[in-house]
Every structure is written in structure tokens, then in C-alpha cells.
Design a protein. Structure first.
Length: 57
């Protein structure tokens, strides 16, 4: 039991003592093109033009 508690406390102390500093801050992409975010505009009857119509998603 003592060995378990000692190893647990050592791991907590060792993990808190790291001084890692990355060269650059992490980046978050502003826009991602994904196949799951496609939107399709249905083509109307006739020649396919929809003047004044709003798309429905």
C-alpha cells in the first residue's frame, strides 16, 4: 500500500514540475472543408433558374 501511495504522489509531483513551452501557440483553423457540411440548392422545374427563391436546407 505504501508503494502505491508513494508512486502516486511521485507521479503527481513529477507531472507538475514540467516546464515545457511550445515554440508557437496552438493554431485553430478558421474554416474547414468537410464532406459532412455540404449544402445543395434544389433545381426548380424548367431551365433551373430560381429568381427570388430562398434555398431550403
Amino acid at each position: 500500500m505504501f508503494a502505491f501511495v508513494f508512486s502516486f504522489l511521485f507521479l503527481i509531483w513529477h507531472g507538475a514540475a514540467t516546464t515545457f513551452t511550445p515554440a508557437r501557440p496552438p493554431a485553430v483553423p478558421l474554416a474547414v472543408r468537410s464532406p459532412y457540411m455540404n449544402t445543395w440548392l434544389e433545381v426548380g422545374s424548367g431551365d433551373g433558374n430560381l429568381p427570388g427563391a430562398w434555398p431550403t436546407y
